[in-house]
Design a binder for this molecule. Structure first.
Ligand code: TXA
Ligand code: MG
Length: 367
């Protein structure tokens, strides 16, 4: 049985927090909202509980966990060294969506770090996460609270869809504000390197530490040829149906998307379209066709993320949109690439392109 406890995201009830903290202390699995996505917490020093967590998510044992702390001051016992460079980034961005990879101390169980000599640490900014971590006063290992291979959860219902009956408790604090995971930076190399783009952009990191290097970029797409995306290697962030992303001048992309959608509908496929509010005209055209053919193929599914000028709103909706497409059991998903390579768009592009079965360039690269 999974207990669901509703909490005020700004000011959670102390009795609820105490109950969740007690559950963690006893080795229980508790999902809670963070600034980025819901995490599934476990007492990081309790090896048996950590193994249960891997089992509950179906997560392979070679994928290390992030240790969550209430404050900066709790880092030293977990690490071999806390170098000045890491302290600088931590003071600038904690509490917040930044994860630092540091050399671990022997006290951190190897189950948490997947046998690595390093440990990933972050201090999340959400009031519920903060209250829970302060109350429990223990390091809490917490991966995203989804079944392995499903999108990260941004709502408590996403957690329950994947893990109901497999975990002890969910603190439901409503939607998580950012919607995309933390930026992971490896501080054990000189210069430090971004391992996972996330809620804090490279540019923002560089305002504090200009030396930080971007993640090693995946191979670029070639014109008109589908690029095997990193999503094929790691389906972590992906919806179930194959997602094709069309990239290029908006008018050309919309025309091609319309063609592709119409021919898939004519083949009797259930088509999912992932769009921005700027694609409203395209959607209304397609909706009209989809309604007409109601006797034939299944109706198409249209999901609008947000305005393509609004990275924050797009990030906040992305994973919920992936899940809605799964629930609608679409056969294929078509999307116009609205991502850019700056700010929060970096992380959106990373997740969108990882999720894609193919990224197709339409016409010459325009941006
Ligand atoms: O925003 C987030 O980071 C969320 C919330 C719940 O805090 N957590 C999250 O955890 O996304 P998870 O387990 O889904 O992703 C952890 C990432 C993985 O890419 C993992 O490989 C990397 O952090 N990681 C963890 N420990 C590491 C280490 N010692 N060295 C390198 N990468 C590590
Ligand atoms: Mg995850």
């Amino acid at each position: 049985m999974t207990t669901v406890v509703n909490v005020d995201p700004a000011k959670p009830n102390q009795a609820d927090i105490t109950r969740a903290a007690d559950c963690l202390r006893r080795g229980g699995l508790v999902a809670f909202p963070t600034d980025t996505v819901y995490g599934l917490g476990v007492h990081a020093m309790d090896r048996a509980a950590v193994l249960r967590l891997f089992h509950s998510k179906g997560r392979p044992a070679n994928d290390p966990l992030i240790v969550h702390l209430a404050s900066f001051g709790e880092v030293p016992p977990l690490v071999a060294q806390f170098p000045d460079s890491a302290k600088r980034l931590a003071s600038a961005f904690w509490p917040g969506p930044l994860t630092l990879v540091l050399h671990r101390s022997p006290s951190v169980p190897s189950e948490v770090t997947a046998g690595l000599e390093t440990v990933a640490i972050r201090v999340p900014a959400h009031p519920v996460a903060h209250a829970l971590l302060s109350a429990v006063s223990l390091p809490i290992a917490a991966p995203s609270a989804n079944m392995f291979s499903r999108p990260s959860p941004t709502l408590a219902t996403h957690v329950l869809d994947d893990l109901d009956g497999r975990i002890d408790m969910v603190l439901d604090g409503g939607p998580t504000p950012v919607g995309i995971e933390s930026t992971v930076v490896d501080m054990t190399t000189d210069p430090p390197v971004v391992l996972r783009p996330g809620a804090i952009s490279l540019k923002t990191l560089r305002t504090v530490m200009p030396a930080v290097q971007p993640r090693i970029a995946p191979a670029p797409a070639s014109n008109h040829k589908p690029m095997p995306s990193p999503g094929l290697l790691s389906k972590h962030y992906a919806p179930k149906a194959p997602l094709s992303i069309y990239r290029g001048k908006p008018t050309a992309v919309r025309a091609l998307l319309k063609d592709k959608a119409l021919s898939a509908m004519a083949r009797g496929q259930r088509v999912g379209i992932l769009a921005s509010s700027e694609d409203a005209l395209l959607l209304s055209d397609l909706r009209a066709v989809s309604n007409q053919s109601s006797g034939g193929g299944p109706p198409a599914v249209f999901i609008t993320l947000a305005s393509e000028t609004d990275a924050a709103a797009t990030a906040a909706r992305l994973y919920a949109a992936f899940r809605e497409l799964d629930t609608a059991r679409v056969d294929i998903i078509l999307a116009r690439d609205i991502s850019h390579d700056h700010g929060l768009w970096e992380a959106i592009r990373d997740r969108l392109h990882r999720a894609a079965a193919s990224v197709i360039l339409v016409g010459p690269e325009t941006r």
